[in-house]
Design a protein around this ligand. Structure first.
Ligand code: NDP
Length: 281
């Protein structure tokens, strides 16, 4: 609250997750705010699973107008809100919380639109009839399955370290298109058109042991994870001479832009932010 004559305090937004120290979201939202003339601050909140509900409620009660939610809390966030957008309800995972005028919380999921904007608009990929493999079955993958199936791929396979989670996810989305599931060891060729890494293995410097025959000369390999230089997944893709390798910077910026638009009612231009980030990677 500001006193008479003082400039109004900036609106508070932020990211809740564990870990969050590596996050570029404050940089991205800071650039969006400057470019669109919005008076806001964006902070990082490192919160464990045990404290997620209490801390998130406390942040909202103490003035936060909206929050992004990252691993491992996206499914927990879906249980916290009074209402979800159709895409968040379908994903069963929330990555954006919006405090509404009536003090209720709306949950949305912008991961799917973020990935699709990057694949289609930024990279120019056509997904119809393509064979797509996704590694992982966590919160991020939940958010991208429905939008990928909407593009009518020839086949979508979810492979996960814990195969039951992949099987459960495939069953949940089977009404939307051709989706299958397996363990990582059992992924079978021929080479896929697109392989998306949606595991968090790379955060620990790891890469699951992959069967041979999945990558061909036309395969595009996309790592949702981002960071400087190569990741274990992009190194694997490079060693197999795939057609193209991309990390998740574009997805990160596009999902952030969608969250920003929900919060502030104005869609920022993502191109300058992508250019600025390119200098850091
Ligand atoms: P979750 O914690 O919800 O899920 C993690 C997934 O990774 C699970 O499927 C888990 O398998 C798997 N996994 C973890 N460690 C290993 C390992 N050593 N070997 C094989 N599989 C492993 O995380 P999220 O889904 O929220 O995030 C996943 C990744 O996507 C992260 O790297 C995150 O940074 C990135 N991401 C990027 C975004 C972007 O905008 N670019 C947006 C959202 C996420 P199991 O089920 O067996 O535990």
């Amino acid at each position: 609250m500001s006193g008479a004559g003082e400039a109004p305090s900036p609106a508070l937004y932020g990211l809740v997750g564990h870990p969050v120290a590596h996050s570029w979201s404050p940089f991205i939202h800071g650039m969006f705010a400057k470019a669109t003339g919005q008076h806001l601050v964006y902070r990082l909140f490192d919160v464990t699973a045990e404290d997620f509900e209490r801390e998130t409620r406390r942040l909202i009660a103490s003035g936060a107008r909206g929050l992004n939610v990252t691993l491992p809390h996206k499914q927990a966030a879906a249980l916290l809100v009074q209402e979800m957008t159709a895409r968040a309800a379908r994903a069963g995972a929330v990555n954006t919380l919006v405090l509404r005028a009536d003090s209720t919380l709306l949950g949305d999921n912008t991961d799917g639109v973020g990935l699709l904007d990057d694949l289609e608009r930024n990279l120019g990929l056509e997904l119809g009839d393509r064979r797509i493999l996704i590694l992982g079955a966590g919160g991020a993958v939940r958010g991208v399955i429905a939008p990928l199936l909407e593009r009518k791929p020839g086949q979508l396979v979810i492979a996960n370290r814990t195969p039951q989670r992949a099987t459960d996810l495939a069953a949940e989305f089977a009404d939307l298109g051709p989706i299958g599931a397996c363990s990582i060891e059992r992924i079978a060729g021929p080479p896929y058109d697109l392989i998306i890494n949606g595991t968090s293995a790379g955060l620990h410097g790891e890469m699951p042991e992959m069967p041979p025959g999945l990558v061909g000369a036309e395969t595009v390999c996309y790592d949702m994870a981002y960071g400087r230089g190569h990741t274990p997944f992009t190194l694997w893709a490079k060693s197999l001479h795939c057609h193209r390798i991309k990390k998740g910077w574009g997805m990160l910026v596009e999902q952030a832009a969608a969250a920003f638009a929900l919060w502030r009612g104005i869609r920022p231009d993502t191109a300058p932010v992508l250019r600025a980030l390119a200098k850091h990677r």
